[in-house]
Design a protein around this ligand. Structure first.
Ligand code: 13P
Length: 341
């Protein structure tokens, strides 16, 4: 393991006021988003959409790394420049989603386990040769009656630590993404307790499997009430619950925490990240930034709708969301920015 190289990549990903752009939707997820907007669900339309993203002017001002999908890392622009080459030229580090998705966990109704370890060592080395310098693996934890079980969390944590160790062996910085889902009517407090338990078990496994903490990035959920919880919370409560939870569980050796957006409305995701910075910047031992997919891309996708004549407007919308989150990362976001495009 080349620890100094891993540390260097992780630090570059977390540098400046930038964040990560998750554009690693699986074919099924990308097609689902396209279907909702009547966009043809073909490889060519997925390619066109990803070309729109990577060629967005000035994206590199706000984005340090882009997470790609297996199909996307091999794709090129219409004039045959690999997406990875475009990103590298802009100074954006290419990353790659390497998990195989979450499937039902046998004998544990309502719970899921993420697959994809088989053959991972060879896939990681192939992705390294294609230019990737970091990877991502997502586990999902649902809150409902009697779940999550400790067994489900432990199984996912063990698999995630094995993934992280294999990434570091291959020279890729692992992004470890244990997502506590927003679905359900659970309270903010319940999400805080589950997120804390998950992070403790994940960091325990990372330690057991000798993962180099200075060469990884954590991609967690914010601590939020469930979408159907009658008692919703304001940005202050969410920031306090989230930061207290992380200070309890995330070692200071970890260089950065980059949130997923998880289906939050995009402006709220920016506001909540911003509040964490305005309230807690002086006590944070790690960089705190974003690694959003929907909360960066959704307005752009809705403007594009598969039509070439909308590309420029869609790129402006993507840049605008990236700039809002870039401001949030330094505590300089204001909801007024939403009307200034
Ligand atoms: P969202 O920001 O849409 O939750 O996606 C983040 C991600 O990478 C999911 O794995």
């Amino acid at each position: 393991m080349n620890t100094s190289e891993l540390r260097n990549i992780a630090q570059r990903l977390m540098a400046g006021d930038k964040g990560l752009l998750a554009m690693d939707e699986s074919t099924a997820t990308c097609n689902k988003r396209f279907k909702d907007l009547d966009i043809p669900q073909t490889e060519e339309y997925r390619r066109k959409y990803r070309e729109l993203i990577v060629t967005t002017p000035r994206l590199e001002e706000c984005i340090s790394g882009a997470i790609l999908y297996d199909e996307t890392i091999k794709q090129s622009t219409a004039n045959e420049i690999l997406f990875t080459d475009i990103l590298i030229k802009k100074g954006i580090i290419p990353g790659i989603k390497v998990d195989g998705g979450a499937v039902p966990m046998p004998a544990f109704p309502g719970e899921k386990v993420t697959e994809g370890l088989d053959g991972l060592r060879n896939r990681l080395s192939a992705y390294y040769d294609m230019g990737a310098r970091f990877a991502k693996w997502r586990a999902v934890i649902a809150i409902d009656n009697g779940i999550p079980t400790e067994t489900c969390i432990k199984v996912n944590a063990g698999i995630m630590a094995r993934y992280a160790a294999l990434c570091q062996e291959a020279g890729l910085v692992p992004i470890v993404e244990p997502e506590v889902l927003m679905d359900g009517d659970h309270t903010l407090q319940s999400c805080a307790e589950v997120t804390q338990q998950v992070l403790h078990l994940v960091f325990n496994e990372l330690y057991e499997q000798r993962v180099y903490l200075a060469g990884m990035i954590l991609k967690p959920n914010m601590v939020l009430p469930g979408l159907n919880c009658p008692l919703q919370a304001n940005a202050d409560d969410i920031a306090t619950a989230t930061i207290e939870c992380f200070l309890n569980c995330v070692p200071a050796a970890v260089p950065g925490i980059a949130f997923l957006s998880g289906g939050q409305p995009y402006a709220l995701a920016s506001e909540r990240l911003n509040t964490m910075h305005t309230r807690f910047d002086d006590v944070l031992p790690w960089v705190l930034t974003f690694s959003f997919s929907r909360a960066l891309q959704q307005p752009a996708l809705e403007i594009w709708k598969g039509d070439d004549k909308n590309i420029l407007a869609a790129q402006q919308a993507l840049y605008h969301r990236a700039a809002c989150n870039n401001a949030a990362r330094r505590g300089a976001y204001s909801p007024d920015m939403e009307t200034q495009q």
